[in-house]
Write a protein that binds this ligand. Structure first.
Ligand code: DQA
Length: 143
């Protein structure tokens, strides 16, 4: 079983980027914790960060034979019909995750155009959202 984590734009700066909103844990630390969880559950995990919408779409296409994708589309969440369509175009189960609770922030963050293409959304648990996303996919695949 193999899964992919896609971190969207600006998440490379996690740890120093608006720490009051996103916390002080760096992307590398998040990735280390994710890899440890994957190992504990006997699954393989690839992790990629991209600031580019087209690259994220290509990544989804390229990994369409995996067992699942955990994606934080970051700002693209709120307007990328192209990422929505890319998720719809593949049959891999995709879980959308957010560090912050997008429903408790600015009005423009409350709407996710990408979540409707996913099997579900996890939002508001800091980096644990990613770990919960991995568990959600493992559980989904066991059903
Ligand atoms: C985010 C929430 C988005 O609104 C924002 O643009 C991000 C990060 C989150 O993980 O909380 O970049 O996806």
């Amino acid at each position: 079983e193999k899964y992919l984590v896609i971190h969207g734009p600006n998440l490379n700066l996690l740890g120093t980027r608006e720490p009051e909103v996103y916390g002080t844990v760096t992307l590398q630390q998040v990735n280390e914790r994710l890899l440890a969880e994957a190992e504990k559950n006997g699954v393989e995990l690839d992790i990629i960060q991209s600031n580019d919408e087209g690259e994220i779409i290509n990544l989804l296409h390229k990994h369409r034979s995996l067992q699942g994708v955990i994606i934080n589309p970051a700002a693209y969440t709120h307007y990328s019909v192209a990422i929505h369509d890319a998720i719809k175009s593949i049959s891999v189960p995709v879980v959308e995750v957010h560090l912050s609770n997008i429903h408790s922030r600015e009005e423009f963050r409350k709407k996710s155009v990408t979540a409707a293409a996913c099997i579900g959304q996890i939002s508001g648990f800091g980096y644990h959202s990613y770990i919960l996303g991995l568990y959600a996919l493992i559980h989904h695949n066991q059903l």
